[in-house]
Write a protein that binds this ligand. Structure first.
Ligand code: SAH
Length: 223
């Protein structure tokens, strides 16, 4: 985790971020609000200082507990599919570095985020943008369970490779709500799906590109 005194957003960082936004546009991200959020948020704040100079490459990087911060393209892609509107309640599974969480909050969502790795969850009190995004709520737990007491949600975003559609999460989605889920297709890849809950409770399924995520695992870690 970065120390406060290390946190400087230089012109170099800002310039690299602008370039990243251009790369994401070229790769097909067109939602201006998503691009604005990526442009606004210093991704290097969410990484160890060793990654300072490469933080704006369109790559995933290691974070604590053998996990990863998602590639910016993946963050932008999933966020674009979510079609976030201001004030919506969004449940994120896999807090990880808190970067995706912050992108959602920057777009005006009220974010509830769950992490199963204790080591990562224990970093959340040091969240840098607490004052800017006071509505984010962090939870330590198993994302397969969701947050039944806070349901229903307008949107649900899963940021780890799901072996199946988690039934309990589906139950926590509002009618007309959307779930973005990278679903295991083969050993190496996940198919990005957008599931919309129809009025009669049935599912409309849309298929998108394939990606590679760390696995969504049951239960939570003890340390
Ligand atoms: N959104 C994160 C992505 C982190 S990678 C970011 O941008 O940094 C996926 C994360 O999902 C990992 O931190 C992993 O520990 C977490 N995860 C995996 N299975 C989970 C589960 N069942 N519940 C909650 N978090 C889970």
């Amino acid at each position: 985790m970065r120390k406060w005194e290390d946190l400087v957003d230089t012109y170099l960082h800002k310039g690299l971020r602008k370039k990243l936004v251009e790369i994401l546009k070229e790769k097909g991200i067109s939602d201006v609000k998503v691009l604005e959020a990526i442009h606004a948020i210093p991704r290097h704040y969410f990484l160890d200082s060793a990654f300072d100079k490469i933080a704006y490459e369109d790559r995933a990087f290691p974070i604590a507990a053998d996990q990863t911060i998602s590639q910016p393209y993946t963050v932008a892609y999933q966020t674009q599919l979510l079609q976030i509107k201001k004030g919506e309640k969004v449940l994120e599974i896999g807090t990880g570095s808190m970067y995706q969480t912050t992108v959602l909050a920057a777009m005006g969502a009220q974010v509830f985020t769950i992490e199963r790795q204790k080591q990562l969850f224990e970093q959340t009190p040091t969240f840098l943008f607490k004052e800017q995004y006071p509505t984010i709520q962090f939870f330590f737990g198993d994302g397969f369970e969701g947050l039944p007491l806070l349901a229903p949600f307008d949107k649900i975003l899963i940021t780890a490779a799901a072996p199946k559609i988690p039934e309990k999460l589906w139950a926590q989605l509002k009618v007309s709500g959307k779930m973005i889920i990278p679903l295991d297709e083969s050993d190496a890849a996940q198919r990005m799906l957008r599931l919309t809950k129809k009025k009669d409770g049935s599912v409309k399924q849309e298929k998108f590109d394939t990606f590679s995520f760390v696995p969504m695992l049951e239960g939570k870690t003890q340390k």
